[in-house]
Design a protein around this ligand. Structure first.
Ligand SMILES: CC(C)(COP(=O)(O)OP(=O)(O)OC[C@H]1O[C@@H](n2cnc3c(N)ncnc32)[C@H](O)[C@@H]1OP(=O)(O)O)[C@@H](O)C(=O)NCCC(=O)NCCS
Length: 220
C-alpha cells in the first residue's frame, strides 16, 4: 500500500490508494464542519463555519457538486463547494452572499454554462501537497460533464493585510498576478490555470483580504 504523504512531502499529483475523492454525504457533515473550523475560525470567527443545515441544503440542491477528500481513517482533509449559473451572472461584479444566497446555493442553476467555486478548504496540516489541485481536477471533470464552458470563482487574497499600508488592493493583485508577491490562496489558484479578471470589493467578511476577493476564471 502507498504510504500517506506527510505535510513535508513534495506535492502529489495522485492520491495515496487509501485516500478517496468523492461527493460529500450526510454522514460527512460533522467532519466538514470540523475541517472548516480548523481552516477558517482563527482569522474569521465562528460565523465563517457553515451550520449543518446549510451543508444539508447543498446536498439537496447539487449533491454531485460537493466534492471532498477523505484519508484512510475517513477523516475529511479537504472539501469543496460548487454551484452552476450563467457566465453573465458569474463574471458581473458581485458579493459572495448575493451570488450563493448566503451560501445556501438556492441560486444554483442546473442549466448554467458556468461552474462557480463557492468554497475550497484544505486541512492546514495537508496544504501544499496538491490536494486543491486534485479537487480542481475533479471539479473540472464534473463541470465538463455538465456542459459548462467556464469555471469562475472569487479568490481570497489573505496576504493583502500584510501589504495594505503600502498597496491598494488593485496594486496587490497586479503584483501577485506577475508573481512578484506570493499570496497563500490567490497565487495557488493562479498556478492552477485561472486568469485574473478584476477585483471584487465587499465580496465577503474577510479581514485578511480587506473584505475583497479576486475575480478569477478559466475557460474549460
Ligand atoms: C487555497 C488552498 C485551498 C490551496 O490548497 P492546497 O492543497 O494547499 O493547494 P495545492 O497544494 O494543490 O497547490 C495549488 C498550486 O499552488 C502551488 N503551490 C502550493 N504551495 C505553494 C507555495 N508555497 N509556493 C508556490 N506555489 C505553491 C502548487 O504547486 C500548485 O500548483 P501546481 O499544481 O501547478 O504545482 C488552501 O491553502 C486553503 O485551504 N486555504 C485556506 C482556505 C482558503 O483560502 N480557501 C480558498 C477560498 S477562495
Amino acid at each position: 500500500m502507498t504510504s500517506a504523504p506527510t505535510p513535508t512531502s513534495a506535492p502529489c499529483r495522485a492520491l495515496p490508494e487509501s485516500w478517496v475523492v468523492r461527493p460529500r454525504r450526510v454522514e460527512d457533515i460533522p467532519g466538514v464542519i470540523e475541517l472548516m473550523r480548523r481552516v477558517y475560525v482563527e482569522p474569521h470567527g465562528p460565523e465563517a463555519v457553515w451550520p449543518a443545515e446549510t451543508l444539508e441544503q447543498h446536498l439537496r440542491v447539487f449533491p454531485e457538486g460537493q466534492l471532498l477528500i477523505v484519508d484512510a481513517q475517513g477523516k475529511v482533509i479537504a472539501d469543496s463547494t460548487s454551484m452552476m449559473l450563467s457566465q453573465e451572472r458569474a463574471v458581473r461584479l458581485h458579493r459572495w452572499s448575493e451570488l450563493t444566497d448566503h451560501g445556501t446555493l438556492s441560486t444554483h442553476d442546473p442549466d448554467g454554462d458556468t461552474f462557480y467555486g463557492v468554497d475550497l478548504a484544505v486541512d492546514p496540516d495537508f496544504q501544499g501537497l496538491g490536494l486543491a489541485h486534485i479537487l480542481y481536477a475533479s471539479r473540472i471533470a464534473l463541470a465538463l460533464q455538465k456542459g459548462c464552458k467556464w469555471f469562475v470563482a472569487g479568490a481570497r487574497m489573505p496576504g493583502y493585510h500584510l501589504a495594505s499600508d503600502l498597496l491598494t488592493p488593485e496594486s496587490y493583485l497586479a503584483l501577485v498576478e506577475r508573481g512578484l508577491l506570493f499570496d497563500p490562496t490567490l497565487s495557488k489558484q493562479l498556478r492552477l490555470g485561472f486568469i485574473l479578471r478584476g477585483l471584487l470589493r465587499d465580496y465577503i467578511t474577510d479581514p485578511e483580504s480587506a473584505n475583497c476577493a479576486a475575480l478569477i476564471s478559466m475557460e474549460l
